[in-house]
Design a protein around this ligand. Structure first.
Ligand code: FAD
Ligand code: NDP
Ligand SMILES: CC(C)=CCC[C@@H](C)[C@H]1CC[C@H]2C3=C(CC[C@]12C)[C@@]1(C)CC[C@H](O)C[C@@H]1CC3
Length: 501
């Protein structure tokens, strides 16, 4: 066998060898470096002065581009392999890349209950700092490497979204550098139309440099109740009633393990009391993967309740990257592996992405499905049936989220707030005829059901279908107002499958 193809054969069939013996040690070195860097620079934090300097540098870079390369539209210089998606953003190669890597927390304002952060700070950096100070964010994402800027410019949701909505609904102010290099701020009171247009604009209105996020008091635990249910009708009705009970629930999440079986989880933030019974620190390295733990309640058909430390609950899907790691390290949930190497898991997503070969990428494209669809909650049953027929992937992640009416790109189709569900499908389709036509067909099904698609993986929709799914009226007006036309691409130019592969 040719040495190149031998290498590829090894990388594809024994990828775990490379991941366990090379990527995990690299991840560890990265973590040690990050801790060292944090302590080295800690004295410079929270001054606000550095931030101003960094913003001025970005303004200089944009003005330089405006003089020397006005014909090339702009995007961030964040390399494609760092971004939390399987896709490669090929559009970056022909656009003018502006370095906006600002990744610090600027300040916490306990009086007004907001935290001001720079856009490249990750959820994994921010949440532990907040919890240490007694605070948290209302919508705390489950994958540590997601950035705040990416979540605003794309969209983010979590099991508390049925109460608080998409991540950007908890943001109160954005600081943005426009195409002309001017610094503007916007909020509900100041430039409200720009404020409404920014979420989901994928960096096509300007560069974010700071975001204010609402904070709420953190509690020690989440009291999590697990309820296995074995009928799709019943699952749908229970899910709807739990999302209406905002008094008793802070978190609602559903994992489906087959077409008719799922475990509904409802949680409440609490400090616990004397009666606090079973504390399960699921974030400890030797603990089983969360989706396996949840499945055990389905297998035993027993309702259960546990107290989970807040941070462990937030990052419950991080260790197994939902259920994606099982495909890369099939024995990753075995107790021997967990006790020996669980403490450095998971391998950094960016490293997995950076080191995947073309063959791995092609095989993922041809044999793997990763996507999220946001549909009205009443469509749960028909959607699960549709996805079962065309993909047959389990588990399925179901996360309710409220969408508000409005004029931004993503909003509810009703004139009052409306409950939707995010359906996340990650894995290898178990049908004989899987191909990209099926993916396109599913997107059209979502469009017809008055739903939305998350765009981090890209879309097969054409521009007309895309504009039907996302209301572009206000967005186009703001693009004119901020002089974006020849300076930034449109959202579709960044998310269609030709440039996001
Ligand atoms: C994602 C995942 C991570 C792994 N990493 C990859 C990977 O990145 N790329 C890869 O090709 N194989 C990967 N493998 C190895 C792959 O699972 C095995 O080669 C496969 O299970 C063997 O199945 P098969 O011989 O029945 O081939 P078939 O099921 O007939 O599959 C046909 C082709 O698809 C590939 N394939 C099967 N499962 C996956 C998958 N989950 N993701 C991507 N391709 C798949 C197979 O290697 C094979 O070449 C990984 C295992 C999983 C399951
Ligand atoms: N639970 C959840 O909700 C999950 C969400 N996701 C998705 O992942 C993505 C976030 O991933 P992440 O890796 O953090 O972000 P990405 O690097 O993927 O960035 C997402 C978009 O935001 C733009 N962007 C980022 N920072 C700025 C900035 N400072 N100014 C202007 N534009 C900016 C990028 O622009 P450019 O193209 O110019 O680089 C890009 O188009 C979101 O799209 C989200 O939907 C993924 C997993 C889970
Ligand atoms: C909760 C929501 C809305 C989405 C979750 C999406 C995640 C399951 C994916 C986001 C980035 C993905 C990547 C991979 C697996 C699935 C995600 C974590 C890989 C690690 C798969 C293996 C490849 O070689 C690299 C991928 C990088 C991105």
């Amino acid at each position: 066998m040719h040495s190149d193809s031998l290498m590829e054969y090894i990388l594809v069939n024994y990828r775990w060898v490379f991941v366990v013996f090379f990527l995990l040690p690299c991840t560890l070195i990265g973590k040690v470096w990050a801790t060292f860097e944090k302590s080295l620079w800690s004295r410079r934090r929270h001054t606000g002065l550095d931030h101003q300097k960094k913003v001025e540098n970005i303004q200089l870079e944009i003005r330089h581009r405006n003089v020397y390369a006005p014909n090339r539209v702009m995007c961030t210089a964040r390399p494609s392999w760092r971004s939390m998606t399987l896709a490669e953003m090929t559009y970056k190669k022909c656009m003018f890349n502006i370095n906006v890597h600002l990744d610090e927390m600027i300040s916490i304002d306990s009086h007004n209950r907001t935290v001001r952060v720079e856009p490249s700070i990750t959820v994994g950096q921010l949440i532990p700092i907040l919890i240490q100070s007694g605070w948290t964010v209302p919508v705390a994402l489950e994958l540590e490497d997601l950035t705040i800027g990416g979540l605003v410019m794309g969209i983010g949701l979590e099991s508390s979204s049925f109460k608080f909505g998409l991540f950007h609904k908890t943001c109160t102010r954005y600081e943005l550098i426009t195409a002309d290099g001017d610094l503007i701020t916007c909020s509900e009171a100041e430039n409200p139309d720009v404020f409404e247009s920014i979420p989901f604009s994928y960096g096509t209105l300007g560069f974010l440099t700071a975001i204010d996020i609402t904070i709420i008091p953190a509690k020690k635990y989440v009291r999590l109740q697990y309820r296995p249910i074995s009928s799709l009708e019943k699952i749908q009705s229970c899910l709807i009633s739990e999302t209406l009970d905002t008094e008793n629930n802070d978190f609602v999440e559903l994992l489906m393990y087959s077409k008719d079986e799922g475990v509904l989880m409802t949680g409440k933030m609490t400090d616990g009391d004397q009666s606090t019974k079973y504390i399960n620190e699921i974030g400890r390295f030797y603990k089983p993967w969360f989706f396996k733990h949840v499945e055990s309640f389905l297998l035993s058909q027993k309702n259960a309740e546990e107290y989970i430390p807040l941070k462990d609950y937030y990052f419950r899907h991080n260790n197994s990257l939902f259920w994606e790691v099982q495909d890369i390290i099939p024995f990753g949930n075995h107790p021997v592996f967990r006790y020996l190497l669980g403490w450095i898991m998971p391998a950094k997503v960016a490293l997995l992405k950076l080191t995947q070969t073309d063959t791995i990428k092609r095989l993922y494209n041809e044999h793997h499905f990763i996507d999220d669809f946001i549909l009205p909650i009443s469509c749960l049953k028909k959607s699960v049936e549709k996805f079962h027929k065309h993909l047959n992937i389990y588990p399925i992640w179901v996360c309710p989220t409220v969408l508000n009416p409005g004029h931004g790109l993503v909003h509810s189709h009703a004139s009052v707030d409306n409950m939707y569900i995010d359906i996340g499908l990650y894995g290898e389709p178990n049908v004989s005829n899987y191909n990209s036509d099926i993916a396109k067909d599913l997107e059209l099904f979502v469009l017809k059901s008055k739903g939305f698609k998350m765009m981090y993986v890209g879309t097969y929709l054409n521009i007309y279908e895309f504009k039907k799914m996302f209301n572009h009226c206000l967005y186009q007006r703001i693009r004119m107002q901020l002089n974006c036309e020849y300076n930034f691409p449109e959202v579709y130019d960044k998310v269609n499958k030709k440039v996001r592969r």
